[in-house]
Design a protein around this ligand. Structure first.
Ligand code: SF4
Length: 254
């Protein structure tokens, strides 16, 4: 696959539930059309010219060398490292990305640093042998494959994605599911309870609305809809003792 070199890797993120993060790939073949915030930002700042260019990932080939330099210097400040906010660490069909992500997680764990992972690809079962402090997550907003093909065209099918997460859960790993960005009924009619039942085994659920989308804001009752769906998530998690977090801006005044 294409590669690039970088000078730095670990940085502190301003994202709601993040501490430090690393993004060792530029671009993402999953090509999510919610839209993808990372793509919008890279396009805005002239890092990628088009959606087609975004779909061609570039692996940062010197990732491990940078980590060797940065970890000793920064580890006293780091509580956890999240992979990834602006790309996908287990990009579907990209073995090189998977291998680099595993090597990076190992390096961070060996230095006593916990990793949190979020993917729309397949979490490898090898992660079961890594630090049990790590937390492995998937994005899961529907069970409808036709919707997945439309909105996350290059990502892993939902059932495979879920099975990989469940396999890690069954091996005693901590898991979480990001039900975000959740769509409004003008995009897809679905029952949130069915989705929650499918992920009821997980330790933590994050729920959030879709942002930066004209289609969502054109759905007149979207505020009321998200308030209702958030209430469903809260009730579901409280009844089953599942940790949860509702993203800022999802619950609003009517
Ligand atoms: S997986 Fe994440 S980074 Fe990749 S296109 Fe989708 S939203 Fe963007």
């Amino acid at each position: 696959m294409n590669t690039i070199l970088r000078k730095t890797m670990l940085y502190k993120t301003g994202v709601e539930y993040g501490d430090y993060t690393m993004n060792h790939v530029q671009g993402c073949s999953h090509g999510c059309k919610y839209p993808c915030y990372a793509f919008l930002q890279k396009k805005r700042f002239g890092k990628v010219a088009s959606y087609e260019e975004w779909l061609e990932p570039y692996l940062v080939s010197n990732t491990l060398e940078i980590l060797d330099r940065e970890i000793p210097r920064m580890k006293s400040k780091i509580k956890s490292v999240h992979l990834c906010f602006t790309t996908d660490p287990f990009m579907y069909g990209y073995e090189e990305v998977e291998q680099m992500s595993l090597a990076a997680i190992k390096k961070l764990n060996d230095a006593g640093i916990k990793c949190t992972v979020l993917t729309k690809g397949l979490l490898p079962i090898a992660l079961a042998g890594y630090s049990k402090n790590n937390e492995y997550g998937i994005t899961f907003i529907s069970l409808d494959e036709a919707y997945r093909e439309r909105i996350e065209p290059g990502a892993a099918p939902y059932t495979e994605r879920l099975a990989a997460l469940k396999a890690l859960h069954d091996q005693g790993c901590k898991t979480w599911v990001s039900v975000e960005p959740y769509p409004t009924p003008n995009l897809i009619e679905q029952n949130l309870n069915v989705i929650l039942e499918a992920i009821a085994f997980t330790d933590r659920i994050i729920f959030g609305r879709t942002n930066y989308s004209k289609e969502i804001s054109s759905y007149k009752q979207h505020k009321q809809f998200y308030n209702e769906q958030a209430a469903i998530v809260v009730k579901f998690c409280e009844e089953r003792n599942i940790a949860f977090h509702i993203k800022d801006g999802t619950i609003t005044e009517k």
